[in-house]
Design a protein around this ligand. Structure first.
Ligand SMILES: *Cc1c(COP(=O)(O)O)cnc(C)c1O
Length: 421
């Protein structure tokens, strides 16, 4: 369910025409719907055990206006860098609702997080544990931690976003978990609070979650028996979204919530969730303009003004995104099949192969759907292409929430060393 629908023959975000926005801000641009963000947050959080902390994964979409929209609904934040921590705080998210994940936290980042008073560090290794203890000692505080454990389950998702089997860099290996907790218990500036797990992203089958939750429930019991305090269980993010219209839809949040309820029933722990994609993916589109419609030998190409630098998911994860014309096709419109490609000099700069679309020509607009997660945040200025703007819609209002990068900014911070002159 999202709020990008055709109205009066044009694709709209809520009550605003995407063509009208394109006219004012140019293309390409990202557009987010507040109503969709709010709806997804509500449906997700309402299906969870009460007293849960929903810590939105800032890496999925870090625009301050998006963060503030979610913060107003009660969301906390899951951050993976000092920069994301600063963003979350700048968006008004209380430190007591922030968890800090990531396999390579630096001491500088740890100090920033400790001084801010965040809720929890999700620690991924013993070296990180010792570093955190040192930093906390130097500040005269205790660091609240959960170990991110690697439950060795296969998330049945794309290899590049699968993080919970034993061969990834993530988490404390299952066989070493008890050792890690025993080491933590001996450290004066570490406060062990819980367990954390995150098995991957775009998971469309509940079975891997069920397997991971069962392992965590059992682990909670054995760690408690060994004398550790496990009052929180953080189950990470990872719930998938429907990218393709014709696919079996991913599990609904209610079914996922039922699995979480079972964990609470058996452990009594407070649960923490770190959803990213499930909240923002379908709340955003990337609008782009056809530069040329080009006929190849066997294929037709639509060359659009967005590139893999703007949305890298297809190139990086073989991700599928629906692509639609912004102007609703007339009932008798001729259709064709196109490869929809960007202008970047890479063969992987392709948004969709062999897509059925109404016949389009230069200057027509298309929208790449479900681009709200891991879209703008992963964009780069590769090929000296300025970062695309982001727009947020609410009802019949809209605002640019990040302007297009200036062309000047593409090289304004380059410096010429003296020997070049
Ligand atoms: C990426 C990530 C998330 C969010 O994942 P989604 O699939 O977007 O829900 C949550 N927690 C951690 C530790 C992550 O790395």
């Amino acid at each position: 369910m999202n709020h990008f629908q055709y109205k009066d023959g044009v694709l709209c975000a809520e009550d605003v025409s995407l063509a009208a926005i394109a006219k004012e801000v140019g293309t390409p641009f990202y557009c987010y719907s507040s109503a969709t963000l709010e709806r997804h947050y509500k449906v997700f959080s309402q299906s969870l055990p009460k007293d849960s902390l929903v810590a939105f994964s800032v890496k999925a979409n870090g625009n301050l206006a998006v963060l503030k929209t979610l913060a107003a609904m009660g969301a906390g934040a899951d951050v993976v860098s000092g920069g994301e921590l600063k963003k979350a705080l700048a968006a008004g998210i209380a430190a007591e609702k922030i968890v800090f994940s990531g396999v390579g936290k630096t001491k500088t980042e740890m100090a920033l997080a400790l001084k801010s008073g965040i809720f929890q560090f999700n620690v991924e290794s013993e070296p990180e544990l010792f570093a955190l203890n040192d930093v906390a000692a130097s500040l005269g505080v205790k660091a609240p931690i959960a170990f991110r454990v690697n439950p060795d389950v296969d998330a049945l998702t794309h290899a590049k976003i699968s993080t919970g089997h034993s061969e990834t860099k993530f988490g404390v290996p299952w066989a070493k978990v008890e050792e890690a907790y025993a080491a933590a218990a001996k450290l004066p500036n570490i406060d062990v609070c819980g367990i954390d797990v995150h098995i991957g992203s775009q998971i469309t089958d509940l079975a891997p979650f069920a397997a991971a939750f069962d392992r965590i429930t059992a682990l909670t019991k054995s760690l408690r028996a060994a004398g550790h305090t496990i009052s929180r269980i953080d189950v990470g993010g990872g719930l998938g979204v429907p990218y393709r219209n014709d696919n079996v839809p991913p599990p609904d949040p209610a079914a996922y919530g039922a699995l979480a309820a079972k964990v609470v029933k058996e452990t009594g722990a407070q649960m923490i969730f770190e959803p990213g994609r499930v909240i923002v993916a379908n709340a955003g589109v990337l609008v782009t303009r056809v530069i040329y419609a080009k006929s190849g030998e066997d294929k037709n190409f639509l060359i659009v003004d967005a590139g893999m630098n703007d949305l890298i998911r297809p190139a990086m994860y073989d991700a599928y995104h629906e692509i639609v014309a912004v102007k609703a096709p007339a009932a008798d419109a001729p259709w064709s099949r196109y490869d929809v490609v960007g202008p970047v000099c890479e063969t992987s700069d392709i948004f969709g192969a062999d897509r059925a679309l109404p016949v389009l020509k230069s200057d027509d607009l298309v929208a790449i759907l479900a681009a709200g997660a891991y879209g703008a945040v992963m964009a780069s200025a590769y090929n000296a292409r300025p970062l695309a703007p982001e727009v947020l819609v609410k009802g019949d209002e809209w605002a640019v929430v990040r302007p297009r990068m200036d062309d000047d900014a593409l090289y304004a911070s380059d410096r010429i060393p003296a020997w070049i002159g």
